[in-house]
Write a protein of this length. Sequence first.
Length: 246
Amino acid sequence: MEAGRLLTIPMAVLASVFLAVFLFWFSGKAAPEQVSMTVAGESGSQVPGTISAAARIGLAIMRIAINDQITPNISSTNSSDTTKNSPDQNVTDLSASDSASVYTSVEGCRVSSQFPEKIMRWCGLITRYASERDLDPDLVAALILQESGGNSQAYSHSGAVGLMQVMPRDGLAASFQCPNGPCFRDRPTTQELKEPEFNIAYGTKMLEGLVNRRGSMREALKNYGPADVGYYYADIVLGIYEQYRN
């Protein structure tokens, strides 16, 4: 939370916090009961703890009061998302604001204006690299919308990175082993793939290679997306493409 943000919290919130503190103090006088509490940390694990009913009320009041003031300003960045990633490709938003005006070029943009702004801001890069790879810019835009929602810092549960969700050689992706060693040992690093232009250049090159080897865009997308889902992923991307294309 920014330092100046605290000054904007209404008195009702402060009163709620004081009430919560009082209930915690009062909870020491009451008989505790065993409950399951979520502890902060990467695993998000559940651990047993001792807490009274009064303390639980205090927790609830404080959480509601503070979340009511803060949550809208955090969640609003993704409120316009219209697509859902498949289970293996869910991404975690690590950046609430990509400054991308330098990547958007109105002149020469070949991405359909029907795409949301979070995709159109990458129009210059999409148009350039899709054209170089003989790909439809709207198809690349559809893939980016499905994969990352336009977030250049996106990181999936399987370790894929960036706008086109490319697997890097490091991070979580390093744990994937093939018969000849790490599956992605020849890939770029996570840091490289978080750079928007590098990610789109690399992702479109991958897609171009798959089209050339597999013979069609649907087959290429089937192999670009998560394994063991058949044409599910490919048909989602193609459906987005048909929805937004010029």
